[in-house]
Design a protein around this ligand. Structure first.
Ligand SMILES: Cc1ncc(C[n+]2csc(CCOP(=O)(O)OP(=O)(O)O)c2C)c(N)n1
Ligand SMILES: [Mg+2]
Length: 318
């Protein structure tokens, strides 16, 4: 892996981290509406996986904790801010913050809220590509809770039978709302389900961005060779509540303390400093510059008008 790629990985993780931190502040200031779903602790999954794709030919179907993947695919901070603060320019015209939109220009198809429902859509996209003779790979995500929905099984079976170029990341962040893994499934690794579909599956440490990138690159290469889909289960911890209204008092504090030591941004910064790829001063500068970019974007976005109320009645069944 080149030093350039390593610095890029860090840069995108810091962008995701600072965007997230901004949203948490804006929520407490009463300026962010609806659900604010923190991706704290998930940056390595989001960034490492999206970096494995070719944004000019592949497609991204992100979930609610994948801000980093959006940035890798070229979404601007302003665009993401307009979406989340529901201002003019929002891709959902103010009706939602993180889902229910498509950005064909950037090849990003934002999540629908019904868990599991996006995987068949990703299947359809790459099946169409296959029929047209294109070599498009779709990357999508599902949580440890969402992975228990029936549609996920149907979609994986379909993708396996048709050898579709699909990479599914199961983001196992230990909880689905207040439900822990122990109440969700009885298998020790969700990737073992791949055996039942006859496809490739593996479980990896989702706090290690280089491991995520390499694992996803291998999955993308298999998909391009026509070898079909892969399931990659990434082990992380949801370091905040389900969304910011949730105080997550049901999560044992020791568990959070344990995972805090594996913070993906801090551990990767330390690794690159130890390897002499970047200095601690440069890391600090990167974080400061990124924070300045967030603040400038927030200022610009809060100046924007709200979308007209009539927008809420468009593109919906009444
Ligand atoms: C089919 C379906 N059931 C329930 C919900 C409500 N819901 C939204 S997010 C969520 C928890 C999801 O947990 P998980 O899949 O582990 O993802 P995480 O939020 O932890 O990243 C639930 C129950 C939904 N959106 N869709
Ligand atoms: Mg979860």
């Amino acid at each position: 892996m080149t030093n350039n790629t390593r610095v890029e990985l860090l840069k995108y993780m810091i962008m995701a981290r600072e965007f997230d931190a901004s949203m948490l502040r804006l929520y407490r200031q009463g300026k962010a509406f609806g659900g604010v779903y923190s991706q704290l602790g998930n940056e390595a999954v989001s960034v490492g996986s999206a970096m494995a794709l070719d944004p000019t030919q592949d497609v991204l179907f992100p979930m609610h904790r994948n801000v980093g993947a959006h940035f890798v695919f070229g979404a601007t901070i302003d665009q993401m801010m307009q979406n989340q603060l529901a201002r003019e320019g929002s891709q959902m015209r103010g009706t939602d913050g993180t889902g229910h939109y498509a950005d064909p220009r950037l090849r990003i198809y934002g999540n629908v809220s019904h868990l599991g429902a996006m995987i068949p859509v990703a299947n359809g996209f790459v099946l169409a590509g296959k029929l047209r003779g294109e070599n498009t790979v779709a990357l999508t995500y599902i949580g440890d809770g969402g992975a228990q929905v029936g549609e996920v099984h149907e979609a994986l079976n379909f993708a396996a039978v048709h050898k579709l170029p699909l990479v599914l990341i199961i983001e196992n962040n230990q909880y689905a709302y207040s439900t822990p893994n122990s109440q969700e499934f009885a298998v020790d690794q969700l990737s073992k389900r791949a055996i039942g579909y006859g496809i490739h599956g593996e479980t990896i440490d989702g706090t290690d961005v280089e491991l995520v990138l390499k694992t996803c690159q291998a999955a993308v290469a298999r998909a391009r060779r026509g070898e079909g889909p892969s399931i990659i289960e990434t082990q992380t911890m949801r370091m905040r509540g389900h969304a910011e209204h949730d105080d997550f008092s049901y999560v044992p504090k020791e568990l959070l303390d344990e995972w805090a030591l594996r913070d993906p941004v801090n551990t990767y910064s330390a690794k690159l400093i130890a390897d002499g790829v970047i200095s601690s001063e440069e890391v600090k500068q990167l974080r400061d510059t990124t924070l300045d970019q967030m603040i400038a974007s927030i200022d610009r976005t809060l100046e924007l008008p709200w979308p007209d109320a009539s927008e809420g009645f468009k593109q919906v069944f009444l």
